[in-house]
Design a protein around this ligand. Structure first.
Ligand code: LLP
Length: 435
């Protein structure tokens, strides 16, 4: 599953002990494993080999430049949703032709930039955006290859904040609208809709949901073909799950067994495929390393107060997400073999694991059974490599955490911890605003 394991009673990332990283980089800090990232990418490549898809890593889940460079070196393209993410993908050495650009709110400037540089696939979210793209590409006299995002109206069965394939969410257009839009652009000299884009949510823990969404999409593609439209690309989006608990998520092969047979006939006809995985590559490739600041016992409860909470990892409080966590150096008889909500050890204590921020919502786990801990102990929060640092905030004037990338027996700082001076640097000089 990943390369975080206990060696001689102490948690390691590959060959490096997390305690040694904490003593040189301090906490809070995200620690990533190179071997895990590579292993996850290779598993997806092999599971989907029959479709030979372009695997566009979803930058939003883990946008650190060193991670993106590593992912690009494995042959991946990138899925981006903003000029900032585009800049990161390019800086990581990904050519524009291997970039899929999505997002419901791309500005005029963002679209102009994407069209001018020739991104491989510009995903269109609405009739209104299509109209703007048609205008910009005409003004620039630059052809652009578009994929229309279709909303299949399938419930991905995930948290309401991350379900995107239901008709009433802000994403994509209905099949009926898609047909109108394909027809309306049939003879456009520059803006060519050549693809269909799909993304039903994240994480999608039932592989069959992809089957349902694809069945709707394949019917649409067939109708479009009858009307004389050729679909060259099908972008399936992301959403594959990760093991927040051991064995919880389908594997890439499980997803592939639902997806690949449905698409093989189209592959034979020359269709190209894009996948946009993020979480299933990065989530278990990263842990958040924290230090316990204080153990507070009050009102019959034990609060493990750490040096970061929702500011470093928003997922527990924002999505009620479960993240397994465990002391970096637990008592010898309490080395967990599985990551589970109910570890079966004697002498565990029921705790709320919280951060230092001034909100009751600032927690990482509630009512969690953990080994006894003391002030100064290190705690590792697992499966934090995706949507951890990328959603971190500076709330309560907390500097953003450091990021460390481990490869074998060596660890590199790939983002330094912010300093208190960094926090005020944008506000030090007031400048007049010209009217
Ligand atoms: N493609 C599109 C169009 C997306 O909107 C997303 C994620 C992905 C690909 C990548 O999905 P993944 O393979 O990582 O599941 N912050 C939330 C997740 C939001 C996902 C947003 N879109 C979380 O922490 O669970």
């Amino acid at each position: 599953m990943d390369h975080f394991s206990f060696v001689n009673g102490s948690l390691h990332a590959e060959g490096v002990s997390l305690a040694s990283i904490a003593s040189s980089v301090e906490t809070p800090c995200f620690v990533y494993s190179t071997a895990t990232l590579q292993d996850h990418i290779r598993k997806i490549q092999s599971a989907f080999a029959d479709l030979d898809p372009l695997i566009c890593f979803s930058v939003k889940c883990c946008p650190n430049l060193s991670i993106l460079s590593l992912v690009a070196a494995e042959g991946c393209g990138m899925d981006v949703v903003s000029p900032g993410e585009l800049q990161r993908a390019l800086a990581a050495g990904v050519p524009p032709a291997r970039i899929a650009y999505a997002g419901v709110g791309k500005s005029h400037a963002a679209l102009t930039e994407a069209i001018s540089m020739g991104v491989g696939c510009l995903n269109v979210e609405s009739a209104e955006e299509l109209e703007l793209i048609a205008r910009i590409s005409t003004d620039l006299r630059t052809p652009v290859s578009l994929a229309l995002r279709v909303n299949p109206d399938v419930d991905a069965g995930t948290h309401r904040h991350t379900t995107t394939g239901i008709r009433t969410t802000k994403f994509g257009v209905s099949s009926a609208r898609a047909m109108e839009l394909f027809d309306s652009m049939r003879d456009h000299p520059f803006a060519r809709i050549e693809g269909v884009h799909l993304h039903i949510g994240s994480p999608v823990l039932k592989a069959e949901r992809y089957g349902e969404a694809l069945d709707v999409t394949l019917r649409l593609i067939e109708h479009l073909a009858h009307r004389g439209h050729t679909i060259r690309t099908l972008d399936l989006g992301g959403g594959f799950g990760a093991d927040y608990q051991s064995g919880q998520s389908p594997t890439p092969s499980d997803y592939a067994s639902v997806i690949v047979p449905r698409l093989q006939p189209l592959k034979k006809q020359g269709m190209k495929f894009i996948l946009e995985p993020g979480r299933c590559i990065a989530a278990n490739a990263g842990v958040l390393l924290l230090r316990v600041v204080r153990i507070k016992r009050e009102a019959g409860k034990t609060f493990v107060i750490c040096d970061a909470g929702m500011n470093a990892l928003l997922r527990p409080s924002h999505y009620d997400a479960f993240h397994f966590m465990w002391p970096v150096r637990p008592p010898s008889q309490q080395i967990p073999l599985r990551r589970t909500a109910e570890p079966e050890f004697a002498n565990l204590t029921r705790c709320d694991v919280v951060g230092p921020l001034c909100e009751t919502g600032d927690y990482l786990a509630l009512d969690r059974m953990l080994p006894a801990m003391q002030d100064g102990d290190l705690l590792a929060v697992f499966t934090a490599g995706a949507y951890g640092m990328s959603m971190a905030s500076r709330y309560n004037a907390q500097p953003l955490p450091a990021e460390v990338l481990v490869r074998g027996n060596s660890a590199s700082l790939v983002r330094r911890r912010e300093s208190l001076t960094d926090l005020i640097s944008h506000e030090m000089h007031a400048t007049p605003v010209s009217a």
